[in-house]
Ligand binder design. Structure first.
Ligand code: ANZ
Ligand code: ZN
Length: 813
């Protein structure tokens, strides 16, 4: 027999599978459905090992579930809009569409060379008109449901390139292209009201039993619901008021200063003449920092406005500052600062010489006592002090009591705050779905009627990287008649954030060719929700949250049967090499093409699944790859050299309980259980073990039986090799259409030993133990046996003798 010619085998079966269209999924049959989905790729140019890992995991699940009798949908497509294509267009003077198509072509052939069982007939490409028409339709749906609106928003603006920048294009406050200081600029932009769904998005997290805890925590924190109190402070010598949001009203008597966000409109009104210069200087500086910079800044900088507020609890006069650690976008854009009990306030007070006043003490130690020697804020619960009539009360109770008191005095109210903001969906870019709106002088912002969708991207566009949205440079695009009154209007030149494309693509897969609707409700009902979603943890927040939001809106509109899109989520770990994430800049990238060329797709898949459990990091190892390659060669030789007959012996006719049969049944049990819990590495280890044992044992008929089962179990991991050998054994059907093997529990028994328990040499009991039980355990259980106890109870135990796996003899006097 020839040696293992992976190249020929892999190409041959990929062709055969395609010809027989075995991976194409029918919408309905009598099998239960299973929707297995990997996060669709961005067509960046070539696939990397992270993709291979993602797809290998998805494919094991798909192939396994098919064999378990499910009607499996495993689609693939392209998240094809986005910035890199536009940048490539600027750099290489091509059109983003041409560049994207090239990338898609190359990556398609790479993915196909891996032999992943995708239903390519359902391929979607979000940059194609037949797709983005429906992304625009989603915009109209949001608009119709009162979930889309326009308001002024702040964007990053590079004064030199004269363009808006995405957050990712601002590196430490500088434009990524020309290194100029980035400014903030106000533009009219479109928003989706995701905040209207904040509570539903939050509450439903508890129902996501199949999601990793860390992802759920990140989503909860992102939504960031907190219960607190709004408190109104009067301002000295002014009829203005200052409202703040706090989660700690119990600290009200400890407020020693107030802080406004630099952008808070009150700043202008409150700042005294004497302080104006200082304040303006500070504001100018803060403008150049992103929210993130501001949040992580350790050195708390601020500036005094010259104005004072009055604490409604004790009428104390407190200075009002501005500082960059207070965000305009949260609460009221103002805080009451309690340096003794809030660490940020503590640091700020220390840095700026502001007083610190203790109002809560630890019940046991009565500390902190002296604010002067405090090293950090005391943030825990405790006993109230220096707090008027609330002194002596537990601080947790004081939260409620002080709030009630403030409400009574009409200077406070209970309040719930969310960190979640509405979703800004406008992008001043070309390579996205144009927002389907026409502005008319008379009628305002008028939606493009559904029958006129898609609003197509024009071709006559220059990609210079300068100026406003590239769409604004296309006259043919801008000019449009108002759908309402017919007068000349102007098209919206912004496109939709590409996260919109990926928020509903899993619906489109259920009905990818539909030209009348985004998808047919019944088809969605047939397939949704996705049973298993697999992707990188970097999407833990935005993509998954937006997809959940879209699904809820589609549910409310009667389109989605499901309230949540993804029942189970697996977040795969990163692929690293020499301790660092594979990346071009580190020069530690292993190209999947090279591995496939040298060892074949089956080895690549096997190694990736064997090297580490899916959620963990995977350290690349050339030795590990070679090991997997050797294993597949071993399987090859085992089957081609040692199988004496060429008829399929799935059902052995020998009634004997041969070792080979026992090994087979044991392995079936173990591998099945491992795959069910996605422990692919241990499943593969067991297949390796089985192969080794079969090498040593050569028992006629049963060997044939064992080999067939080995191939069935290997087929989700190394499908080409398994298919080839399966046919080599005389089978005519595709291996993926076979049933997943089941095991006979009766044949697992070799795992048990029977131990006879004697007392002074007389048999008193027999006990069963797992084969690998330790001596102490066996002795202890023997002693505890009721039958044995009858003979040893009142006696003195001299010694206990153990004959391994056979006898325990207890000697008594
Ligand atoms: C006084 C206080 C005393 C606070 C104390 C905390 C501890 P979460 O839980 O995240 O909602 N805060 C309110 N608005 C803010 C803004 N726009 N920018 C920055 N910080 C802001 O946090 C609520 C707390 O964050 C509020 O409670 C407020 O500080 C601060 F011992 O008020 B606290
Ligand atoms: Zn009009």
């Amino acid at each position: 027999m020839d040696k293992y010619n992976f190249k020929g085998i892999e190409q041959k079966w990929q062709k055969e599978w395609e010809k027989a269209r075995v991976f194409e999924t029918s919408d309905k049959n009598d099998k239960p459905k299973y929707y297995d989905l990997v996060m669709y790729p961005y067509p960046s140019g070539a696939i990397h090992m992270g993709h291979v890992r993602n797809y290998a995991i998805g494919d094991v699940i798909a192939r396994y579930k098919r064999m378990k009798g499910f009607n499996v949908l495993q689609p693939i497509g392209w998240d094809a809009f986005g910035l890199p294509a536009e940048n490539a267009a600027i750099e290489r003077k091509t059109h983003p569409a041409d560049w994207t198509d090239k990338c898609v072509e190359r990556m398609t052939s790479q993915i196909k060379s891996l032999g992943i069982s995708y239903d390519w007939s359902r391929e979607v490409n979000t940059s194609h008109e037949d797709y983005y028409k429906w992304t625009q339709w989603m915009f109209l749906l949001m608009l119709n449901r009162g979930l889309a609106y326009r308001k002024k928003g702040v964007v990053n603006w590079c004064p030199k390139c004269k363009t808006v920048l995405a957050n990712e294009q601002v590196e430490q406050g500088l434009c990524w292209r020309c290194d100029s200081q980035v400014d903030e600029k106000e533009l009219e932009q479109w928003y989706f009201k995701i905040t209207e769904y904040a509570d539903r998005l939050l509450e439903a997290i508890d129902t996501l039993k199949g999601w990793p805890e860390n992802v759920k925590t990140m989503q909860r924190n992102w939504i960031g619901k907190s219960h607190g109190t709004n408190i109104t402070f009067k301002i000295e010598k002014s009829d203005k008021e200052l409202r703040i949001f706090t989660t700690r009203p119990d600290t009200l008597f400890g407020v020693t200063y107030m802080v406004l966000a630099p952008e808070n409109p009150l700043v202008k009104e409150l700042t005294t003449k004497a302080q104006e210069k200082e304040i303006n200087k500070f504001i100018e500086k803060a403008k150049h920092e992103t929210e993130h910079d501001r949040e992580i800044k350790l050195n708390k900088e601020g500036s005094f406005t010259g104005a004072y507020a009055i604490n409604p609890a004790n009428n104390e006069k407190i200075p009002i500052w501005i500082a960059d650690y207070v965000l305009m976008e949260y609460g009221t854009g103002a805080v009451m600062a309690v340096p003794a009990h809030d660490q940020r306030d503590f640091e700020f007070a220390k840095a700026n010489g502001l007083p610190i006043k203790v109002v809560i003490q630890d019940a046991k130690t009565q500390s902190p006592k002296d604010s002067k020697i405090m090293k950090e804020a005391f943030v825990g619960e405790g006993i109230m002090t220096n707090s008027g009539k609330f002194g002596g009360m537990n601080s947790n109770e004081a939260i409620k009591a002080i709030t009630d008191w403030l409400i009574e005095k009409k200077v406070g109210s209970r309040e719930t705050q969310y960190k979640l903001r509405d979703w800004l969906i406008s992008r001043q870019r070309y390579w996205g779905a144009p927002i389907p709106i026409i502005y008319c002088e008379k009628c305002g912002a008028v939606p493009v009627p559904e029958k006129d969708l898609p609003v197509k991207l024009p071709k006559d566009v220059k990609f210079t990287g300068k100026g406003d949205s590239p769409l604004a440079s296309s006259n043919s695009f801008i000019k449009a008649k108002c759908p309402k009154c017919g007068k000349e209007g102007r098209r919206e030149t912004d496109t939709m954030d590409t996260f919109n494309c990926s928020s509903w693509y899993f619906f489109r897969y259920t009905d990818p060719k539909n030209s009348k609707e985004p998808f047919d409700k019944n088809k969605a009902k047939n397939w949704m929700p996705v049973d298993q979603y697999i992707g990188g943890v970097e999407h833990a927040i935005l993509h998954l949250l937006y997809s959940r939001f879209y699904t809820k809106v589609l549910k409310d509109a009667g389109y989605s049967p499901a309230d949540e899109p993804f029942t189970n989520l697996l977040t795969q770990g990163m692929v690293i090499k020499d301790g660092a994430k594979m990346s071009k800049s580190k020069g530690n990238v292993v190209d999947p093409d090279d591995i496939i060329k040298k060892f074949g797709a089956d080895t690549a898949r096997l190694f990736i699944l064997f090297a580490s459990p899916p959620e963990r990091e995977l350290e690349w190892s050339d030795k590990g790859v070679e090991g997997c390659y050797r294993f597949l060669n071993r399987v090859w030789r085992l089957v081609t050299e040692k199988s004496q007959t060429t008829n399929n012996k799935l059902q052995t006719n020998s009634k004997s309980q041969s070792t080979v049969k026992q090994i087979t049944h044991k392995t079936i049990k173990a591998v099945t259980e491992d795959i069910e819990r996605f422990s692919f590495n241990t499943a593969i280890a067991k297949l390796m073990e089985m192969t080794n044992k079969l090498y040593e044992l050569r028992e006629g008929n049963d060997l044939q039986f064992a080999i067939c089962h080995l191939l069935l179990m290997l087929s989700p991991f190394a499908p080409h090799l398994a298919e080839e050998l399966w046919h080599e054994l005389g089978n005519k059907s595709f291996i993926m259409n076979e049933k997943w093997p089941s095991y006979d529990p009766k044949l697992l028994k070799e795992d048990e030993i029977t131990v006879v328990v004697q007392v002074n040499g007389k048999v008193r009991d027999t006990l069963k133990f797992p084969t690998d039980s330790r001596e102490e355990v066996i002795k202890e259980k023997a002693m505890l046996s009721e039958k044995v106890q009858n003979f040893v109870k009142d006696k003195k135990i001299i010694k206990t003798i153990y004959v391994p796996k056979k006898i325990v003899n207890i000697v008594v006097k």
